[in-house]
Every structure is written in structure tokens, then in C-alpha cells.
Design a protein around this ligand. Structure first.
Ligand SMILES: Cc1cc2nc3c(=O)[nH]c(=O)nc-3n(C[C@H](O)[C@H](O)[C@H](O)COP(=O)(O)OP(=O)(O)OC[C@H]3O[C@@H](n4cnc5c(N)ncnc54)[C@H](O)[C@@H]3O)c2cc1C
Length: 430
């Protein structure tokens, strides 16, 4: 588990006061300085950090409030984790409508980043499935936000990066599933055009699809990867165990370097077994959760994730250019993920997911060289008319943010005057 007040990339490190919350009806504790809610610190950068201010730690708000087994409506406190919702709902035949690549996130965090999953082409983002929530503002007022009531505050808070106040509880619509297993199909592809055609072919047949791409590959291997698509299948829920292994300490240097990276990528590509399999849901959705504290492998300086989306017309060319740039620097990542997003109306004012192709890459923090590379990637994304995901970001400049999210000015009217974050100050002030 991340240390309270840390983000998943372990960069940047900041000083802030941790203020634990216990009851959803309590007032905001009387502290001086700015405020920011903290879910479970699974954002990679500084969107969940508040240097010099207070973090309202919501893990104590983890109670289930109500569940309607006829409609799948679930009301819970905002600090409840997806892992706990799944443990409750799956044996009853229900599943979360959208899950990201880890189940250790809170409902409040899922709303504030309007997270997406491998089923964006079918279900959109998490915010589309939120029926209502209570928002506690710093002046002590509480309001219920939904698509009928306080609509502007609802759309500002979904994907609102925690800036509109504290979500105390939320009601979400779960979806029925036949069981706790997944019917999966794995296929290798040799080029980017092959990825795009597999993705298009899977849209109507598979609820979930995603690809891993070998971003260390060059020459005739350039653009190769492994495509994974799936549908829910029947079968009993497995007993959820604690992570099978964990990284016990932070090594003095990143274990991910150009040599280990090329070897790992090549091994993964060649060992991927094509074909159909029935697997437990957790191994399809959350493979990384099996290794506790895997973020430590990047060493004491931490790492940066770069996730962008580029529009459909530019996608093939821009993704190829991004991958070429990364391969040329020989600093790519093992965890490189590609997914095509559907063209849907965004659930929130600042929602990230939009029509196009999204690419996510991890980079060990090597200081100036890494930041320079990410700046070059930004040039490519901006030129293509794309955007970078705030949930994963720790360094984008304000001018870029405002270009990626031109609707930022509409957001300003809804930002609570006492709520702020390290991310928000960076992108508003630079
Ligand atoms: C291995 C891994 C895989 C991931 N895969 C994906 C993916 O596939 N898709 C995706 O979209 N994301 C993905 N993520 C990112 C993650 O889903 C988001 O960053 C998520 O928001 C983290 O939730 P959290 O509860 O840890 O919130 P935190 O990281 O603690 O906070 C995130 C934001 O939510 C706000 N917040 C938290 N609680 C509240 C509250 N009660 N009221 C108001 N604001 C609140 C915070 O202020 C902050 O702005 C992944 C992360 C990891 C580590």
C-alpha cells in the first residue's frame, strides 16, 4: 500500500498534513491552509498531493450504505475501495461497470479522475454510471449532485480532480454479470495497423479489449504487441487473496534499465500464448495487483507515467511517432498499454477520455533526460490535437494543460475556494 500522502509514482515527494476522516456526517476538521481529499494514492503524480496544505484522508469513510439487489444500485461512502465493492457484489451477480487496471482505488478517486477501463468502447467512463453523490464544501454546506440536481456541480466534480469539495458518499449503478470469470482471447500482432484492425473487429464481439505494446522494439519488430480481449463468463468468485508476492524494499537504483527492458519486453512478447482461455476476473483486469508495492522497482527516485490520447484521424501516425521517439531514447517502459476510446460525450467538464487512441507508458525518473523526453512527447500529442491524463501526470506545463483541456475556464466557477492540489497550482500558475 502506498504510504499515506504519497502518490503511486513516488514522485514528487511533498510535505503536507494528513487529516484522517472518520464519519461522513462530520464537518471538515478545523485546520488552517488548503484542503484536498485523498483516496488511496493510486494516482501516479501530484493530482492527489497538496504541498504545504492538508490532505483529507478518506480511507476511514469505507462503509456500504445501501444496496438494491433488484437494480444493482449501490450507495457507499467515498473511501470504499473497488476491491471491497467487488468482494461484496460479485457473489450476488453484480460487477462494477468500469474498472481501471487496479482494484485498490476508492469511489471518490474514481469519480474525481472519471476513470476509464478496457470497456470504454461499450461503457464509457466511471462517471457515466454515477447516479448521485453528496458534496461537502469548505463553507460547511452539503449538496446532493446528480444529473437532475445541482447539475453543473455534478459535471464539475466528475473528473474534477478533487477541486470542487469532498465527496462523502456516492450511489453507483452496478451491472449484472454471469459469474466471476472471464472468457479471454489473446493474439499477437506485428504492426500498429494490425492493432487498429484487431481493435475495430473486437468492438462488437467483446466487452473489453486492450493491447500491450513492445515500446523497446525497433526495425522490423516495430509496432508489435499482444492484444487481449474478453467477455464476462460464468463461474464462482475465487477467494481474493492478498498479493501473492511483493517488492519488500526499494532498491537503491531502478531495476528497469535499457537492458532489462529489452529482455523483459522480448520475453513477454514471445511467451504470450495465443488462444482462448477462461481465467479468474482479477487476472484479466488487475494483473499488477498480484505483486504488492511493484512501484518500488523504480528505485528511490520513483517513476513517471505518461498517458495520452490522440484523436482518431491522427492516431496511427501520432502513436507511431511517440513510439519511435521512446525507442530512440532507449528509455521505454515495460508497461506500455494501447486502447481505442469510443466517441462519447464526456461525463465531466475536465474528463480525460475522448475519441481516439490512448497510450500509457512508465518511465523511471532519470531526472532532466526523462523530463526532456516527456516534453518531446507533449509536442507530438499537442500537434495531433490530443491530451495528457492528469491522473498520471506530475510535470506537464500549464500552457499544455490549458490546450489539452480548453474547457478549464468553465471549471473555475466550481472550484471550492479552499480546495487545491499541487497539480492544480502547477497547471494554473505555470
Ligand atoms: C496499476 C494502476 C493501474 C491504473 N489503471 C488505470 C486505468 O486503466 N484507467 C484509469 O482511468 N486510471 C487508472 N489508474 C489510475 C487510478 O485509477 C486513478 O488515479 C484513481 O483516481 C485513483 O484513485 P484513488 O482512490 O487512489 O484516488 P487518489 O489517487 O488518492 O486521488 C485521486 C483524485 O481524487 C480526488 N479524490 C479522492 N477522494 C475524493 C473524495 N472523496 N472527494 C473528492 N475528491 C476525491 C483526489 O483529490 C485526487 O484529485 C491506474 C493506477 C494504477 C496504480
Amino acid at each position: 500500500m502506498p504510504t499515506a500522502g504519497e502518490s503511486w509514482g513516488r514522485y514528487p515527494r511533498v510535505r503536507q498534513a494528513i487529516v484522517p476522516l472518520h464519519w461522513r456526517d462530520d464537518a471538515i476538521p478545523a485546520v488552517s491552509g488548503s484542503l484536498l481529499a485523498y483516496g488511496n494514492g493510486r494516482s501516479y503524480g501530484d493530482v492527489c498531493l497538496n504541498e504545504g496544505g492538508n490532505l483529507l484522508h478518506t480511507r476511514g469513510l469505507d462503509r456500504l450504505i445501501a444496496f438494491d439487489s433488484a437494480t444493482g444500485g449501490l450507495r457507499c461512502e467515498a473511501g470504499m475501495l473497488f476491491s471491497d465493492i467487488l468482494a461484496f457484489a460479485l457473489p450476488r451477480g453484480w460487477f462494477l461497470p468500469v474498472v481501471p487496471g487496479t482494484r485498490f482505488i476508492s469511489v471518490g478517486g474514481a469519480i474525481a479522475n472519471d476513470v476509464h477501463g478496457k470497456n470504454h468502447h461499450r461503457a464509457g467512463t466511471f462517471g457515466e454510471h454515477v447516479r448521485c453523490f453528496e458534496l461537502l464544501r469548505s463553507d460547511g454546506s452539503r449538496c446532493i449532485c446528480s444529473r437532475d440536481e445541482n447539475v453543473e456541480l455534478f459535471t464539475a466534480s466528475v473528473g474534477g480532480l478533487g477541486l470542487t469539495g469532498l465527496v462523502t458518499w456516492a450511489e453507483i449503478a452496478l451491472m449484472r454479470v454471469p459469474g466471476a470469470r472471464m472468457s479471454t482471447e489473446t493474439e499477437r500482432f506485428g504492426t500498429l495497423p494490425e492493432f487498429f484492425s484487431l481493435s475495430a473487429d473486437s468492438e462488437s464481439s467483446h466487452a473489453y479489449s486492450v493491447a500491450w505494446i513492445d515500446c523497446a522494439a525497433a526495425g522490423r519488430n516495430f509496432g508489435r504487441g499482444v492484444f487481449l480481449r474478453a467477455n464476462h463468463a460464468d463461474g464462482a468468485p475465487p477467494t481474493l487473496r492478498a498479493p501473492r508476492a511483493s517488492v519488500p524494499f526499494t532498491p537503491p537504483l531502478s531495476l528497469i534499465n535499457p537492458l532489462t527492458l529489452r529482455t523483459l519486453n522480448s520475453l513477454y512478447f514471445h511467451r504470450a500464448r495465443a488462444g482462448r482461455r477462461i481465467v479468474p476476473y482479477a487476472s484479466y483486469f488487475f494483473p499488477l495487483d498480484a505483486i504488492g508495492d511493484w512501484n518500488r522497482v523504480y528505485g528511490p527516485r520513483g517513476f513517471l507515467q505518461y498517458q495520452c490520447v490522440v484523436p482518431p484521424g491522427q492516431a496511427q501516425e501520432a502513436i507511431a511517432e511517440l513510439l519511435r521517439r521512446v525507442a530512440a531514447q532507449r528509455d521505454g517502459s515495460f508497461l506500455a498499454v494501447l486502447k481505442v476510446f469510443d466517441d462519447r460525450a464526456p461525463a465531466g467538464i475536465l474528463s480525460f477520455a475522448r475519441a481516439g487512441t490512448t497510450l500509457a507508458l512508465d518511465f523511471p525518473n532519470r531526472g532532466a533526460a526523462t523530463f526532456e523526453l516527456l516534453e518531446h512527447l507533449d509536442d507530438i500529442v499537442a500537434a495531433a490535437g490530443g491530451a495528457v491524463y492528469p491522473a498520471k501526470d506530475a510535470r506537464m506545463k500549464g500552457a499544455r494543460f490549458r490546450r489539452y483541456f480548453p474547457q478549464w475556464e468553465r471549471m473555475l466557477a466550481h472550484v471550492d475556494p479552499r480546495f487545491s492540489s499541487s497539480f492544480w497550482r502547477r497547471v494554473m500558475e505555470t
